[in-house]
Design a protein around this ligand. Structure first.
Ligand code: NDP
Length: 263
């Protein structure tokens, strides 16, 4: 029996145990997934091996600490310096990042995405912008404060503050701000959001568990949209493929994880 866990602070709210155990149980994979409340990110590696884990996920605020803790970091995680999935490979801690690919997975049904606007300039925006650039998309970033935008300009995005933004056509708008998470705020002034939504084919939000005011406006305009639940599902499916060393069918993993969202 293999053991997996999620590390975070807080961690009690995490849906990951439900998602992964649903896959393990229903696809007869001999493993169990638990949660570990970890206060100090520096203790991550020791705790991982003391618990005898085969793999883990990492959530706020330990994703950077997880990157530091790894013996080897692979793929996209290397580029962004952020790890959300850990694998025990013969006693070595190997790090991956499935968040950005999870988002791409969540928008698979959106077609002809070439020009994207990301609202927000935090960690999620960094991961998504890097991924979009890798996919050769035209990426613009709009943020409330100007200071965080220089990173995005350096990697090749167009940048806009609320003052410098001008209306233009996008294929997809993604809200990566925390506006709407525990309040009823929009991620930019209402007139600006309305203009943006008039000129987009699709909308997405990283926030899950509620219809944010941003998605509410998209819905009213009949714009196809995705909330963050699909991103959460997407990163989970990809992490589970790594946990089970690709021995389970991806579509079957997705089906079982999707069912866990109904509990
Ligand atoms: P960060 O704290 O790194 O960044 C937050 C961003 O939001 C900043 O750009 C900030 O702007 C902006 N912001 C915050 N409040 C407002 C507001 N009222 N109006 C406009 N802009 C605002 O956060 P993360 O990138 O780590 O997370 C962002 C969101 O994504 C969270 O809600 C999180 O829950 C969600 N998330 C979802 C995941 C999933 O699997 N579905 C995975 C990861 C994150 P400024 O620079 O001006 O302060």
């Amino acid at each position: 029996m293999q053991l997996f866990s999620i590390f975070g602070d807080p961690v009690s709210h995490s849906r990951s145990p439900l998602m992964h155990n649903s896959v393990f149980k229903n696809l007869n994979y001999k493993a169990c997934y638990t949660r570990t409340h970890l206060l100090d990110g520096k203790e991550l590696k020791k705790t991982f091996f003391d618990l005898g884990l085969s793999g883990a996920n990492v959530t706020v605020p330990h994703k950077e600490a997880a990157y530091e803790a790894c013996d080897e970091v692979r793929g996209f995680a290397k580029k962004v310096g952020v790890v959300n999935t850990l694998i025990n490979e013969n006693g070595k801690l190997i790090g991956y990042n499935t968040d950005a690919d999870g988002f791409m997975f969540s928008i698979e049904e959106f077609s002809n995405i070439n020009k994207v606007l990301i609202i927000g300039a935090g960690g999620t925006a960094k991961a998504l912008s890097q991924k979009f650039l890798e996919e050769s998309l035209d990426v613009s970033v709009l943020n409330r404060s100007v200071g965080r935008l220089s990173y995005f300009q350096e990697i090749g995005c167009k940048i806009f503050s609320w003052d410098s933004f001008t209306a233009q056509q996008f294929d997809l708008i993604v809200n990566t701000t925390s506006a709407g998470l525990s309040d009823d705020n929009l991620p930019a002034p209402k007139e600006m959001i309305e203009t943006i939504l008039e000129h987009t084919n699709y909308a997405a939000d990283a926030i899950y568990g509620k219809l944010t005011p941003f998605l509410q406006l998209a819905k009213e305009r009949n714009i196809p949209f995705k909330d963050g639940a699909d991103m959460l599902l997407g990163q989970g499916v990809l992490a589970n493929e790594l946990f089970t060393n690709h021995s389970l069918n991806k579509e079957a993993i997705k089906q079982e994880m999707t069912k866990s969202f109904l509990y």
